[in-house]
Design a protein. Structure first.
Length: 126
């Protein structure tokens, strides 16, 4: 998943996207298709909050799959292990002074953060 949800800042609230080293965010100047911003345009990127939650639908799916494979024990294991999701709220400060607070899943955050840290100036990584 490469989606993120803009919560506040200098961009319009709603859906955004991370893909191939760029964020696409809806702004006042480009509200329909969004503005594409390279991660190299970010001067600071930090985690504000990280939360684990359970998705009932996903837990049920994993439970049913576990039941098919290993019977009642698999059902319980599927319920216990399945449906865990982690959301990351992050803050980004752009080189042009704009700011962003957004939420995404942990996998997208990891990709975004890794790419930014690889390509950010050394001063930002310190």
């Amino acid at each position: 998943m490469t989606r993120l949800t803009v919560q506040s800042g200098d961009f319009l609230q709603g859906e955004g996207e991370y893909r191939n080293g760029s964020l696409t965010l809806k702004s006042c100047s480009n509200p329909s298709s969004g503005e594409k911003i390279a991660l190299s345009g970010i001067s600071e990127l930090i985690v504000a909050n990280q939360e684990s939650s359970r998705s009932l639908g996903s837990a049920l799916g994993w439970g049913m799959a576990g039941a098919l494979v290993a019977g009642p024990v698999g059902l319980l294991a599927g319920f216990w292990l399945g449906g865990k999701e982690e959301e990351v709220t992050f803050l980004a400060t752009f080189k042009d002074g704009r700011k962003l607070m957004a939420i995404t899943d942990s996998k997208t955050w990891s990709k975004l953060n890794t790419h930014w840290r690889r390509h950010a100036p050394l001063a930002a990584n310190g």
